[in-house]
Design a binder for this molecule. Sequence first.
Ligand SMILES: [Mn+2]
Length: 287
Amino acid sequence: MVRASALILDFDQSVLPLPDSERLSLGEWQEDIRFGCTLKVLQRLAGEIEPAAADRSTVFLGSGDFHHLSHLLVQRHAERGEMLQVVVFDNHPDNMRYPFGIHCGSWVAHVSRLPFVACVHVLGITSPDVGMTHAWENRLGPLRQDRVRYWCVGPNLDWMKVLGITGSRSFASVAAMLEAFSAHVDATSGPIYLSIDKDVLASTEARTNWDQGVMRVDELGAAIRLLKGRIVASDITGDVSIYRYRSRLKRLLSGLDAQPEIAPDELLRWQTQHQSINQRLLDWLNP
Ligand SMILES: [Mn+2]
């Protein structure tokens, strides 16, 4: 039997059915994993998903609140024996300080420390997280060592130059960003791991439970074509679900991020929008 190419890690029932995909029910892990967890809990989960995650081209993680699962999925490529570039599309840098382990806003810093990862490129950022008033919340080490690069659309990054960070850039438009990134891709070789958080999309394209960027779905398609032939695996987050944490700490921390409310009667309509975007992404990723 041929194994389905896509795997849905189903913590939150956000991802509607897709053809040629398999679903792993992980609802009992949602409270412990969602938003953030200790590295110990994450490694325990690794054992749980390992047999199912092997040899998948694309893994769906559900809401962007689970984006730190990408750390586990990148880690699986340690055995490859060659350096890997990680390309992330996200409205946020996901490279922030977080003292309680790893979370959806800090996982990039953890991935950048893996010895076989050459650089993590985060594209499509418009979030004020990269602005000067939030500068010190960003993990500056990986930015200065050029192991993490921000590719922003709009924000002013002048504060970075002052700190000697030269790899990160801000562009006037998505088209300008993709043109510069295309030149980077052409100038390098080797495998690429791709992670897409759909909060990088404009809210007119799809709605997520985070503040959103400015990209269109077809621009994401163009970006995937840029990487053609070099993507060794990918993951997709940014689907929508509603959840109330039992943990007071998680309620407090997620409240600080002022995530937008989702109206329950809109949920299915939004999930259906995502279903058709997920299908298009799969078609581009696995032609
Ligand atoms: Mn993210």
